[in-house]
Design a protein around this ligand. Structure first.
Ligand SMILES: [Zn+2]
Length: 188
């Protein structure tokens, strides 16, 4: 594949854009900061100092923040309310979703929709053949992937409808950074 975008959904959101087989560096090497594209004007404060970045919503940290917000905003029962001795983590939301918890399922719907809509915009930039997702959040499987695919399909420009694959990387977590760094050496 010579045209794709890779997005890592970890503590933050990282990304790399490959066009015509070449990783895009930009003039200073920082190209591909898609995690800091704004998905919600005047939204949540992001670690970078801006408001409403994708990373503030669609990272593991973002999911945990959504959970905290949702629980505070409603009185609806949820398995997540039982966690009182420590901050809620994205893994807790997954565990609750597996048990059919309504709030947990809604959190994944919300997160997946935002991410899918953002992906639709990214597609417009470089017309990738696929978007490859990686990182902790992808372990939530279809809970996140289904709303991502639906939102992408619903919002992508018509000329790309049904043409962009959304894949989950098969690399092992710890291998990815080493392989990525090695690949740069290979090219140099
Ligand atoms: Zn940011």
């Amino acid at each position: 594949m010579k045209n794709f975008i890779e997005i890592t959904l970890g503590t933050g959101v990282g990304s790399g854009i490959v066009i015509n087989g070449q990783l895009v560096y930009g003039h200073d090497g920082f190209a591909g900061e898609l995690g800091h594209v704004i998905v919600e004007r005047n939204g949540r404060l992001c670690g970078c100092g801006r408001k409403g970045c994708l990373e503030a919503y669609c990272s593991a940290t973002g999911v945990a923040r959504t959970a905290k917000e949702r629980l505070e905003q409603s009185k609806e029962p949820s398995l997540l309310r039982a966690i009182t001795d420590r901050p809620i983590e994205s893994k807790d939301v997954y565990d609750a979703a597996v048990k059919g918890d309504k709030i947990a399922l809604e959190i994944f719907e919300f997160t997946g929709k935002l991410l899918g809509e953002a992906l639709a915009d990214f597609v417009a930039f470089s017309a990738p053949e696929a978007i490859i997702l990686f990182g902790g959040l992808t372990k939530s499987g279809e809970y996140i992937m289904k709303p991502v695919r639906e939102a992408l399909d619903n919002t992508v420009l018509r000329i790309w409808k049904g043409k962009v694959k959304v894949l989950v990387s098969e690399l092992k977590d710890s291998d990815a950074a080493v392989l990525g760094a090695s690949a740069l050496g290979w090219e140099a």
